[in-house]
Each structure stands twice: as structure tokens, then as C-alpha cells.
Ligand binder design. Structure first.
Ligand SMILES: [Ca+2]
Length: 361
């Protein structure tokens, strides 16, 4: 009986696994691994003979149109609740609820406290405030509590060889990942990460490992599962992408009206402040370089912010204005400083039906 169970289990696993050694793209990849990254052909073939195809991960990179319709599994109550939240908060409100919430703030303060010595040393060496590093780690992996459950080798192989819109990118990541397994001496089949193959507390893609990874605890290897290495690696990433020590990141600004459509917003467009008539910071801001206009859509009005160069640096980690703003706001909260404007805004929102606060003056 036990034998039958084992055979059954083996068959289940086998059905799940795919042999890629006959795949033309895989053969090319194997050739690169053999020529450039010290793999023997037998060893590389062994790896690709049993790849567990990661269908959920693949789904994220196939255009919606090509996906087979997903079955609705939510109850009518759950659907109604999701709709209510969608209508109640606006796109920024929904995003912020997931990224800059009370729980994440409390955990962030505790995380900084727990690793204070490392944070102090890293901040001194790289010039990046500890709260911003912690905010990145908070958003990326809930301070290390969620570094991902996808097997990285299988995930990157699936995304490299099963048709999707980013095959080339993932094939490159796969090669980098396997090259790393040689230089850093780990078994590629034992590493777990995100559905896109990102690794560790800071969720680096394999291609970021060598250029930005730091062995801060000096144990001879860069381990992004290790808090000290991960903290220093985030700081190093920021520094190498142009972080300016001591400069601000962003400030809330006022403008006339409730929706802002006058100029292009987002991290890609920068303006001289003298050309932004009628838009001004809500308190003194010591920064005279070019700024980005960052629009946060809420249900009944748009919040507008100036983003400085350091704001742009955060978008190098993840190319999204909302992401960088969430990092900024979480960092502010991680400092333990109450956000004054939030209190003022809430006060006026209660006083007035229509949002007219901070009109230009
Ligand atoms: Ca290390």
C-alpha cells in the first residue's frame, strides 16, 4: 500500500515537472552556462530536466486578453465589499491602505530598533536615512516576514521559456541567478522568492545581486536573506542611483481646485519651480532644484506633491510614483513623527463638504 502511495506521489510530481532539455531556447541558455559560467553540460542538463512549471507566476506576465477567464471564487459579499473599498478610497487611498498602514509602521519602528547598530553603521557609510531603507524592506517583504514562496529556479525557468511578454528579461535573470549559484556556492533549487524571482528581504532581482549586493556582516558571502546584508544592499542601491544625503524627498503642495490635470504628473516629468505658478509647498521647503509633480488620486480630490531628486532615486527601485510615495510616507511614519498635514486635512474635511483647502495664494 505504501509503495502505491509513493508511486502516486511520484507521478503527481512528475506530471508537474517538465523536461526543458529539448527546448531550443533552453539549449541556448545551457550553452551560455557551459561557456561562460563554469557549468558542465551534464550538470546543466540535470537542472533543466525537471522544472516545476510555475503557472501562477506565468499568468502575471501573459497579457490579460490571452488569459483564459479566471473563475470567480469570491462570494457576493466579498465582491460587494471590494467594490465599496474601490469607491470609497480612490486609487491612491487603496494603494496606501496596503502599503502605509498602521501595522507596517509599528513593525517598521520595531525593525529599526532591533537592527539599530547595523542601521546606524549603514546610514553613516552610505548617507541614506535608515527609515527609507526600512520602508523599502517593509514594502518589499514585510520586514523579512514574506520573502516569497516561489522556487526561484523553477519560476525563472518558467518565465524564461514559456511564452510571455518578458522572456528575454527573465532568461537573462535566470543566467545571472545560476551564475550566482556558482560564485556564491548555493544550490539553485533551494532558493525561494517572489513570483518574478526576486530574492531576500529587499527582493533584488538576480541581476542586481552583484552590482548592488553588500556583504555587510562580512561572512564572506552576500546573503539577501540576512538583515545586515539586505539593509546595506538597499542603501548601496540608493547611493549608486544618485541619492543625495541631507536633501529632502517630497512635500505636499497646494493648487487651485480639486482635480489636477493642468500639467503632466509622475516621476518622468520634471519642472523648474519658477514655472509652476500657483503651486506651492504647504510649508517652507529648502529645495530649489527641479521637481516632479506627483499626483495621488483620492476619491473626491487629487493630492499634489513635489518630488525631489531623491524621490526619483526611489523610483529606480520600482518604476512607480505610488511606490516611491508609499516609501516616503512609510519612512516618515517610521521616524515616529506625526504627519501634520494629515491632521489638518482631516480637520478641514470634516468642516467642509467640498475640498477647497490649500488653494493657491
Ligand atoms: Ca554576508
Amino acid at each position: 500500500m505504501i509503495k502505491i502511495v509513493w508511486v502516486f506521489l511520484f507521478l503527481c510530481l512528475a506530471m508537474d515537472a517538465k523536461d526543458y532539455t529539448y527546448n531550443a531556447k533552453t539549449i541556448k541558455t545551457i550553452n551560455i552556462l557551459v561557456k561562460k559560467h563554469h557549468f558542465s553540460r551534464a550538470e546543466a542538463n540535470r537542472l533543466f530536466r525537471h522544472v516545476k512549471v510555475q503557472k501562477t507566476a506565468l499568468r502575471a506576465f501573459i497579457p490579460l486578453k490571452q488569459q483564459t477567464r479566471r473563475k470567480e471564487t469570491r462570494t457576493p459579499e466579498q465582491i460587494a465589499k471590494a467594490k465599496k473599498i474601490r469607491n470609497k478610497y480612490g486609487s491612491w487611498g487603496r494603494y496606501a491602505r496596503l502599503t502605509v498602514n498602521h501595522r507596517r509602521t509599528q513593525q517598521g519602528i520595531a525593525f529599526i530598533q532591533k537592527h539599530r547598530k547595523v542601521f546606524d553603521a549603514v546610514q553613516k557609510q552610505y548617507g541614506v536615512p535608515k527609515e527609507y531603507i526600512a520602508a523599502i524592506i517593509g514594502i518589499e517583504s514585510a520586514y523579512g516576514q514574506n520573502v516569497g514562496k516561489y522556487p526561484v529556479f523553477d519560476t525563472l525557468s518558467t518565465l524564461a521559456f514559456e511564452k510571455n511578454r518578458r522572456n528575454k528579461f527573465f532568461n537573462n535573470q535566470l543566467i545571472k541567478f545560476l551564475a550566482l549559484s556558482k560564485t556564491e556556492n548555493f544550490n539553485p533549487k533551494n532558493v525561494y522568492g517572489s513570483y518574478a524571482g526576486a530574492i531576500g528581504l529587499c527582493q533584488f532581482m538576480p541581476s542586481n545581486y552583484l552590482p548592488y549586493g553588500v556583504d555587510f556582516n562580512r561572512d564572506g558571502r552576500i546573503s539577501l536573506q540576512n538583515p545586515a546584508d539586505a539593509i546595506a544592499s538597499v542603501a548601496n542601491y540608493f547611493k549608486k542611483n544618485g541619492w543625495r544625503t541631507g536633501e529632502p524627498v517630497a512635500i505636499r503642495v497646494s493648487y487651485a481646485g480639486t482635480r489636477f490635470n493642468r500639467l503632466k504628473t509622475g516621476y518622468k516629468y520634471s519642472y523648474h519651480r519658477k514655472n509652476l505658478k500657483g503651486i506651492s509647498p504647504i510649508y517652507f521647503w529648502d529645495y530649489d532644484k527641479k521637481v516632479r509633480l506627483i499626483k495621488l488620486q483620492k476619491k473626491s480630490y487629487d493630492e499634489l506633491w513635489y518630488g525631489a531628486k531623491n524621490f526619483f532615486v526611489i523610483t529606480r527601485y520600482n518604476h512607480s510614483s505610488y511606490y516611491a510615495m508609499a516609501v516616503h510616507q512609510l519612512a516618515q511614519k517610521n521616524k515616529g513623527i506625526p504627519i501634520i498635514y494629515e491632521n489638518i486635512c482631516d480637520y478641514y474635511r470634516q468642516k467642509r463638504k467640498r475640498w477647497t483647502l490649500f488653494r493657491s495664494h
